[in-house]
Design a protein around this ligand. Structure first.
Ligand code: NAD
Ligand code: 2YG
Ligand code: MG
Length: 261
């Protein structure tokens, strides 16, 4: 898994605020309003503990702080434990935490200690970025959506699109992965060389830049992408007046919290 860097998180607070504004413009739902709608949950004054974890590649500068910013920005009560790892877990529980947020190099989870619910970042990130496109009011009648990147984030996004009755076109550089997906789900193969097609709604979850080619775009397309780095060039964004939902950590984190409320 590609790990976040402190540079990825450098502008995270502005990006979260700006993306919330854009999501509201696109869907008429604020980010927390959309989470409330899709999960059917509400926060109930839960105390959220963020535990820094040193395993593997260790602490990522600004990771815990970005989680705390997200929690507090949406009006919730949170704290970062002074201790890390198991000592941090003990500190969180003895200080009354209701929900734990913690990540190592393999998994980033939210665990609600009161109701037992647990959420995984990759699933909740795929789901929320997909739901943003499903709720894009300008394209409510256009059901075609392109999904680029069929990994741990792209697959739950694809499932979300199917649940929301979208026509899903898929692309991945790994042709074996495409074949697996075509076997398992009622989706269409996107093959720009053989059958070019353009989309108003594009979801991207890959660790590569420039994955979105010009022929896939229409004027005023919306790209909803957790992928880091950004999969679309500045030049194409400008040329096609593309609106891009992209933020490194907070959107997925809020989705995880609503999943466990
Ligand atoms: P993954 O490795 O499970 O899946 C990535 C998929 O992209 C793979 O199937 C791979 O074959 C495909 N791919 C790679 N290069 C490609 C290309 N050029 N064109 C098309 N497909 C290509 O990774 P993941 O866990 O699904 O994460 C995807 C991205 O999302 C990563 O950049 C990750 O850091 C990011 N991410 C962001 C957030 C967030 O909150 N913004 C949260 C989780 C993950
Ligand atoms: O506590 C810390 O500071 C570290 N142990 C956090 C490690 C997180 C590693 N995971 C990633 O970098 C991501 N791919 C998953 C985070 C979701 C948002 N992109
Ligand atoms: Mg996010």
């Amino acid at each position: 898994m590609a790990l976040l860097t402190p540079e990825d998180l450098a502008n995270m607070t502005n990006a979260l605020v700006e993306n919330d504004r854009l999501i509201t413009e696109l869907t008429d739902y604020s980010l927390d309003g959309l989470c409330r709608k899709i999960y059917g949950t509400v926060p109930r004054n839960e105390k959220i503990a963020i535990i820094p974890v040193t395993a593997g590649n260790g602490i990522i500068g600004s990771f815990s702080e970005s989680l705390l910013f997200t929690v507090q920005h949406f009006g919730m009560d949170g704290f970062i434990t002074e201790n890390t790892d198991v000592a941090g877990y003990y500190e969180a529980v003895t200080n009354g935490a209701d929900i734990i947020l913690m990540a190592d190099d393999l998994a980033y989870i939210a665990h609600n200690l009161r109701n037992g619910k647990i959420a995984h970042n990759q699933i909740c990130t795929g789901r929320i970025y997909a739901e943003i496109l499903c709720h894009a009011k300008d394209y409510a009648d256009d059901k075609d959506v392109l999904v680029i990147g069929l990994g741990k984030v792209g697959t739950p996004a694809l499932e979300t699109f199917l649940n929301e009755k979208q026509n899903v076109y898929v692309f991945d550089v790994d042709s074996k992965r495409v074949d697996e997906i075509l076997t398992d789900y009622p989706v269409f193969k996107y093959d720009p060389a053989k059958e070019p097609k353009s989309f108003f709604k594009i979801f991207e979850a890959t660790p590569c830049a420039d994955t979105i080619c010009e022929s896939a775009l229409k004027e005023n397309s919306i790209v909803s992408t957790p992928g880091i780095p950004l999969g679309i060039s500045d030049e194409l964004i400008e040329k096609y007046k593309v609106r891009v939902v992209s933020e490194p950590l907070g959107i997925g984190t809020l989705s995880m919290l609503y999943d466990v409320f």
